[in-house]
Design a protein around this ligand. Structure first.
Ligand code: FSX
Ligand code: SF4
Length: 299
């Protein structure tokens, strides 16, 4: 099934309550919908150093109502001009599409950290005129002209796993590598709803209020611990034997801001603590170094 931009807007409007979109955002999207969605920015999505989990997370969003999945949605609606994993075009054609998109209004999205050692040549994103273009060069070229810059995932937001000590490729966040401010949607991976919510705000012409770490404050409003159903229960001594609090087993929920216990994952099936694992702190700056070794009690 194919969807167009109009259907993405319809989807955002009809799923507004689930996604937590405000009445203002829904109102503006409705207006854009009435205008046929013309003039909305194109999305250029780059991959830095990553595991591709961010895109997999986004692709896992399934809805009971059409449009059924976000892959189709983003391919055919938000006018996703370039995405290394999702686009149909390849080679020169893909680069042509990117170049064309970069002439008009566009939102730059990047998942993955940006390696800066070796002149950036630890991560090449496309070839042009026989020359390898690095992620570093690409973000420095595209970020200044973007109407918004979006860091999807902890690697792009803060460096994340590829920047973990000893960080041999000198990975930086997108904002630090490109020298521009970015809206950060951390999580390793981030929840697909967080990505769609933020893109919907930008399409509605609204820059979401950000917290001190550049994350949309509404999405990262409180610690995972606060609404965890295990809060206040006796400490669990082992995994899988009871439903007690996992803090003594290394849970980082008290230090980690995200709405996982309420929103749940995999189309509202469960979440890390619900599946009897600890929260590892993946939405926080300093992950993984500041939270490891995992499964140990820290302070
Ligand atoms: Fe990082 Fe994303 Fe973790 Fe993986 O693109 S936030 S390693 S889920 O893939 O960048
Ligand atoms: Fe908090 Fe983790 Fe215990 Fe849940 S399991 S109450 S998030 S410390």
């Amino acid at each position: 099934m194919r969807f167009n931009r109009r259907e993405f807007l319809k989807f955002c409007v009809s799923s507004g309550a689930v996604l937590g979109l405000s009445a203002t955002v829904i109102g503006r999207l409705e207006k854009a919908l009435a205008a046929g969605g013309e003039g909305l920015p194109t999305v250029i999505w780059l991959n830095g150093a990553n595991c591709t989990g961010c895109t997999v997370s986004l692709a896992n969003r399934i809805s009971g109502d059409p449009p059924a999945d976000v892959v189709d949605l983003f391919l055919n609606t938000v006018h996703l001009a370039f995405h290394p994993n999702l686009m149909g075009a390849a080679g020169d054609l893909a680069v042509e599409q990117l170049r064309e998109a970069s002439l008009g209004p566009y939102i730059l999205v990047a998942d993955g950290g940006i390696p800066t050692a070796f002149g950036g040549y630890a991560c090449m994103v496309w070839t042009e005129d026989g020359r390898e273009v690095t992620a570093l060069e690409a973000v420095r070229m595209l970020a200044p002209g973007a109407s918004a810059v979006l860091s999807v995932g902890t690697c792009s937001s803060f460096g994340g796993i590829p920047a973990a000590s000893p960080n041999p490729t000198a990975v930086l966040s997108l904002a630090d590598a490109a020298g521009v401010p970015a809206i950060r949607i951390p999580g390793c991976p981030p929840h697909p709803d967080w990505i769609v919510w933020t893109v919907a705000q930008l399409l509605a012409g609204i820059v979401p209020r950000l917290d001190d770490f550049g994350r949309p404050a509404e999405l990262y409003a409180e610690a995972v611990h606060k609404k965890c159903p295990r809060k206040g229960t006796p400490p669990a001594e082992k995994f899988g034997l009871d439903s007690g609090c996992l803090k003594e087993l290394g849970c980082q929920g008290p230090k980690t801001r995200a709405d996982c216990p309420v929103r749940l994952w995999n189309n509202a099936t469960s979440w890390c603590v619900g599946a009897d694992a600890i929260c590892v702190g993946c939405t926080e700056k300093g992950f993984p170094g500041s939270f490891s070794p995992f499964y140990k009690t820290k302070g």
